[in-house]
Write a protein that binds this ligand. Structure first.
Ligand code: PSU
Ligand code: MN
Length: 300
């Protein structure tokens, strides 16, 4: 189901940016989660495109959730599920509520012809994946979905080197936005470099347009968090160790790992990680909007 605003924007060929809901429902604590969602939508509008927040309410996919609908979805008593791409069909049939991950969001976005999505950090290969096989479906979804995803790299809780190798194998190009370093979510530099760097939304739009002529895969636009707001390196590393330990102690697996680790990060840093997460996702929404604007402009 498309909101009137999103339907009109798509019909008129305006830039539209898909926004996910897992970050709101399972990634950030209340009440900041809804504030961040609002700020992301505002950032998209300010940069010229139209936001399309995607989620599932009572088994109906909504593209362009209203504020009250998002609030409802995020309400703890609704127990919204975390929906990856593979879960969408079953969620619809079971008429449940669900927040979409990057994988779930881009599956829906592509189906309605949205070309750009923004998130905080893409999912990736987890540490110890050699044993657990825990690799986010975000990667495979991006390998089969023609969409540009703006993210501050992948979350630092992951095995970043392995994730970059997988993106390579899967044929997903990684473009650093005004950087030659691959961002590390809470930190601007993960310690890994990127092959490509671009300076403007227009350049990214033309790269993505050309990429689509040859490849069915999406593109990752890696936009680092500003150095002035990033998490202090020592605090980051200590929080990371604590978060990984916590996930291990609790014995969480599968889709519960990322939310537990993010929550422990917030706990350990006294909320500092939440503020960084907020800053980076809003900045990503703005960059995504500029790219969507350029893509739309070049179409007419
Ligand atoms: N970015 C954030 N916070 C989040 C996420 C992204 O800043 O919570 C979510 C996205 O929905 C992403 C998911 O798809 O984390 C990855 O979950 P998993 O590792 O279980 O695939
Ligand atoms: Mn996983």
């Amino acid at each position: 189901m498309l909101s009137d605003e999103v339907a009109t924007a798509l019909f008129e060929g305006r830039g539209v940016v898909a926004l996910e809901t897992t970050i709101v429902v399972h990634g950030l604590p209340a009440p900041i989660n809804l504030e961040v969602a609002n700020e992301c939508a505002k950032a998209v509008r300010n940069a010229g495109s139209v936001p399309a927040t995607i989620g599932v309410l009572g088994g109906k996919i909504v593209v362009g959730l209203r504020d009250d609908e998002l609030e409802e979805l995020a309400s703890p008593r609704r127990h919204a599920a975390k929906l990856s791409a593979r879960d969408l069909g079953v969620a619809i049939a079971n008429e449940v509520d669900g927040a979409t991950t990057v994988a779930g969001t881009i599956a829906v976005a592509r189906a309605v012809n949205i070309d750009v999505m923004a998130t905080g950090g893409l999912g990736g290969v987890h540490r110890g994946a050699q044993q657990t096989f825990d690799e986010s479906a975000d990667l495979t979804a991006l390998s089969r979905t023609s969409i540009a995803v703006v993210a501050s790299g992948v979350k630092s809780i992951l095995d970043i080197g392995a994730t970059l190798e997988r993106l390579d194998s899967l044929g997903v190009p990684v473009v650093g936005y005004r950087t030659t370093r691959f961002p590390g979510f809470y930190r601007s530099d993960s310690g890994f470099g990127v092959d490509w760097s671009m300076e403007s939304p227009r350049d990214v739009a033309s790269a993505f347009r050309a990429h689509r002529l040859f490849s069915p895969t999406g593109m990752l636009i890696a936009n680092p968090v500003q150095q002035s707001v990033q998490l202090d390196a020592t605090l980051h590393d200590d929080a990371l160790a604590s978060a990984l330990q916590k996930a291990n102690d609790l014995g969480v697996t599968g889709k519960d790992v990322t939310p537990v680790v993010l929550a422990e990060f917030a706990n350990y840093t006294g909320g500092k990680s939440v503020q960084v997460n907020r800053d980076l996702v809003v900045a990503n929404a703005s960059v995504a909007s500029q790219i969507a604007f350029e893509l739309a402009g070049s179409r007419s």
